[in-house]
Design a protein around this ligand. Structure first.
Ligand code: ADP
Ligand code: MG
Length: 322
């Protein structure tokens, strides 16, 4: 089967001949559509550089990156900008929010840049359960039942089930979804994502007026609100407390399972990594190990990740929520 993404002999050097830093050193791997892949490694191992090249923010020094049949290292700036707009959601390590816009406006901006706004109704399973006592159950684009299935490492099988679920439940395909105009969809989606990530009460504030964790949630909201086909996230839980991290990771899992989005997430946190279906371990710019979750429980996978980290002297930051 053709990989969705294929990274072929990718290298990235910084500096000049007298002072070269090899940030990424002949990396090769493939990602199937619908996979949730984690990238772990010590600080300076090349994680951000790799993600930035995948996001087309940074250019490779040599090698090729294919998305399906397109070699993105060969695309023009215009084609790259279309590619980013139509496919990518990106969560930057340092958030990259616009300081002159409020939290809400940062998210609205991402929405208004989309040609075609899909209605978002990401009511997570836990929220629906909590709301059921107060409000009638609503149809959800990210169905609760999909989250409980094991992620496994067989996207083809999972994809079939999920695409039918998301089609059946996608509000865009309900008469209500079709009736909404573009402006209403934008307002609706913005409200939904603010609610989902628990940042409704700071919507009027500017980034410099909120905490690092709130900024991080806003950055994630901005990336998720357009339901990207591919989500690239650089340490998205780095500034979050364990409860907020768990909520965010469950949101990623929902996007992955119900919308069949492909996710690559850089993290140094074993708890966050345990949500992935596969982990690539990076050291000195090279992949030196891979773990596949398969049918293991998240807890068992977490232990496996911790074992690899302890064997390789990596940090073991665990913020598991009981
Ligand atoms: P990580 O995200 O794993 O901490 P990075 O990808 O940020 O690692 O960095 C990998 C290596 O590349 C480090 O040695 C870092 O100092 C170097 N590096 C990253 N960005 C630049 C840059 N813009 N200029 C020079 N060196 C860089
Ligand atoms: Mg980094």
């Amino acid at each position: 089967m053709q990989d969705y993404i294929r990274i072929c002999d990718v290298e990235k050097y910084y500096g000049n001949a007298s002072n070269v830093t090899k940030a990424v050193d002949r990396v090769n791997f493939g990602v199937d559509r619908g996979e949730f892949v984690g990238v772990m490694g010590p600080s300076g191992s090349g994680k951000t550089t790799l993600l930035n090249m995948l996001a087309t923010i940074d250019r490779v020094t040599s090698g090729h990156i294919y998305y399906e049949y397109t070699d993105i290292t060969e695309l023009s700036e215009d084609a790259l900008s279309d590619f980013r707009k139509n496919n990518l959601g990106f969560v930057f390590q340092d958030y990259n929010l616009l300081d002159t816009l409020t939290i809400e406006e940062n998210i609205l901006l991402a929405l208004t840049m989309q040609d075609d706004v899909k209605v978002l109704d990401p009511a997570s399973a836990s929220r629906i359960a909590a709301d059921q006592t107060k409000t009638p159950q609503i149809e959800t684009a990210w169905p609760a039942e999909s989250r409980d299935a094991s992620p496994g490492h067989s996207p083809a099988k999972r994809n079939r089930a999920d695409s039918s679920l998301s089609k059946r439940n996608c509000p865009d395909q309900t008469s209500e979804g079709r009736r909404l105009g573009r402006k209403q969809k934008i307002t609706h989606n913005c409200n939904e994502i603010l609610r989902l990530l628990g940042i409704e009460d700071i919507r009027e504030k500017f980034p410099y007026q909120v905490s690092g964790g709130q900024k991080q949630r806003c950055a994630c909201a901005r990336a998720l609100v357009n339901q990207p086909k591919l989500l690239l996230a650089d340490e998205p839980t780095g500034a979050l407390d364990s409860k907020a991290a768990q909520t965010l990771l469950e949101t990623f899992t929902d996007l992955n399972r119900a919308m069949n989005a492909t996710i690559l997430m850089v993290t140094h946190d074993a708890f966050s990594a345990s949500y992935c279906g596969r982990i690539l371990f990076l050291k000195d710019g090279r992949i030196f190990h891979e773990l596949i979750r398969g049918s293991k429980s998240r807890k068992a996978f977490l232990q496996e990740i911790l074992d690899v980290l302890s064997l390789t002297g990596g940090r073991q930051e665990v913020s598991d929520v009981k």
